[in-house]
Design a binder for this molecule. Sequence first.
Ligand SMILES: *Cc1c(COP(=O)(O)O)cnc(C)c1O
Length: 402
Amino acid sequence: MKRGTGQDRSITTRWRAATQAVRGGTARSDWGETSEALMLTSGYSYDCAADAAARFAGEQAGMTYSRLQNPTVEMLEQRIALMEGAEAARATASGMAAMTAALLCQLSAGDHMVAARTMFGSCRWLTDHLMPRFGIDVTIVDASDTDAWAAAIRPKTKVFFFETPANPTLEVADLTAICALARAHGIVTVVDNAFATSALQRPMEHGADVVAYSATKMMDGQGRVLAGAVCGTRAFIDDVLLPFVRNTGPTISPFSAWVVLKGLETLDLRIRRQSETALAVARAIEARVPRLLYPALKSHPQHALAMRQMAAGGTIMTLVLDGGRAQAFALLDALELIDISNNIGDSRSLMTHNASTTHSGVAEPERIRMGVTEGMLRLNIGLEDPDDLIEDLDRALKAAGL
Ligand SMILES: *Cc1c(COP(=O)(O)O)cnc(C)c1O
């Protein structure tokens, strides 16, 4: 495989993110194909036995086994790192594989971590169930309360873990303040950036150490494959993360990596258009919904902070109705265009009742403390015509008595 056209053109860091999304990391075979090749292979062959030995000894460049390296996966990893402004990245089979690896690769029994209360349901399963089983203490804080992060620090605190905006309440955490606090105490920040992606927010520019992704969401962007990624310094990825993922095997399939590579080409275009549509939809329905959470609306509790950290409001908003589950279900069941689906980041608009789907695994008292109420509906805005979405919501709001 050649990079770019002979030289290492495709891994230049000079290009801006939207260019990296199309070009970054491209490695061409001798055929000179313009679109990235899909290398479905689990193994690699060697010209002679000594080459195999040299490759395993790290003395010869090249690949040995697709749990460790794969050309298509490597293109995706370099592209994601270049878009993020990170030194390196590792792709994983899913977002949860990325989160689990990013945490477990650096935490041991006796360590302590601080994590945000409002997170994706499975991320809370990691903090509430997995970590304690391995003797890792977790303190849960409200992500938007920077003082709470400071108060939670102990001598053994190794990691801060949070998402911003958070799923599904769209609570925004102050990246600069929390990352500076962590740095001052030698704590590693792990930021789940699935909602914003590098197209809207680059946490490392605010001091984050590790950025982890569900690439299933906006990065694929068309609801096709599961994928994840962890970005960090070269030393973190090579020395801390790689030994963990290479030996435990949360490896992405080359096929899924290829699909995400294709998705990234249009990430910038999609997220800007979907954010514009989301803002138009939010403005159109705001007055009819008791509470509408969307970072680009002035009514969002951390609107000013969100707009400092993010280039736009993103593709997701959350409606909070007063009539509980019955009213939320009535609205969902009256939708004709928007699908009832718990996924996000798709080019199709999707809506879900989080309390009974994505967050049904979180114990009810904690779910309520997170703000995931029975009247809450999360709306992922896709690429449809904004007027069709507004008409569909108009009908569904009426059906729900709004
Ligand atoms: C979906 C999601 C995840 C998990 O990603 P998968 O690809 O489904 O494993 C983690 N964090 C956030 C914020 C998500 O939205």
